[in-house]
Design a protein around this ligand. Sequence first.
Ligand SMILES: *Cc1c(COP(=O)(O)O)cnc(C)c1O
Length: 446
Amino acid sequence: MTITELEALTQERRLVTAIPGPISQQMQARKDTAIARGVGTTLPVYVVAAAGGVLADVDGNQLIDFGSGIAVTTVGNSAPAVVDAVTQQVAAFTHTCFMVTPYEGYLRVAEELNRITPGDHDKRTVLFNSGAEAVENAVKIARAHTRRQAVVVFDHAYHGRTNLTMAMTAKNQPYKHGFGPFAGEVYRVPTSFPLRDGEIDGAAAAARAIDLIEKQVGADNVAAVVIEPIHGEGGFIVPAPGFLRDLQNWCTQAGAVFVADEVQTGFARTGAMFACEHEDVVPDLIVTAKGIAGGLPLSAVTGRAEIMDAPNAGGLGGTYGGNPLACAAALAVIDTIEREQLVARAAQIGETMIGRLTAMAADDPRIGDVRGRGAMIAIELVKPGTVEPDADLTKRIAAAAHAKGLVVLTCGTYGNVLRFLPPLSMPDHLLAEGLDILAETFGEIR
Ligand SMILES: *Cc1c(COP(=O)(O)O)cnc(C)c1O
């Protein structure tokens, strides 16, 4: 494709070959001989351009994007403000290493994160490259501050693929299998999972977790409690009201650091700038990545100054952390979210999705739950009349939607959750068309 063709990327679904098309199939065959098998691909269409709500592939197809590259291109793919900011920065300088000769972009991103994250206390920020790297550093900071070691995590948690974050992640296949031994001093307790918790409400679920922490770990040993305010990979599990608040209060009493992993839920995604805001929870540390910089690799830990300043100078950092291109992108992303009121847009997309999906669920007992917040919505597929997961149906629905040119992702500990994460630049007509395709797919697959 030429630049002119790219600029003319129309906001429409267009299928000109089977999905994946012949050129994508050839490329996928090359992948098998060039790239390690451990790197999977959900939908092997090879992308040449993306904008608004569509992805364009090498075969000339255009797909509706309900994935945003896993909640990353929240402001849209190649969003104009991001392209401009990065283009100017790449022409000025590409790298110095902030730890050697600093630059204002890093400083401004830190100031912005200190401003927009929950709470009006004195804050500090440090920047990294990936979500996993930021989670690891939040643990380092919490340990340095508390001089304790234990890290408490939850069932259905996902925190990344590095050694410490694998230990913190719940699910064995495919994230942990064969990759041990894992980091020590990581303790797992039950989360709040309303669909499967029966009578246990948020307060009771918190009490259940806290009891285990006190009996099996010991309050005095806990450096950090780390939780996603909505479990992402684990199945878009929204905890019952009060659960997060009770955990946070317990941390305050116990002198432990309450860390919100908002890598997936951050930056307007859930219809709030950060998902903790839905529960009026102010975390001690907040970990961000994914939606932060429109796809450029960037992540951050932001939190209370007295905790963040615990590690000695030189104890935190990295060669690329807070790369100038990524910082330029992040500033454009934050500005775009605020200027275009994308928090409200996410809430509106959520209402549309919940409305349609709830109507579908009313007629289809295989849809056992519709949940999530804002533009982070999922449906859980079960054997009718039970909460028994139906992973096979989930795979078949996803494959059929892919064949129709709709990019959807699956997730969940039991592999039975279809998740929808459209970019907030998704036009209404494509959002509706994507939901039509889903409804059609459920009608066809029995
Ligand atoms: C994706 C994700 C991570 C890991 O981020 P990477 O950038 O892939 O390392 C950590 N926590 C949550 C909640 C995530 O969704």
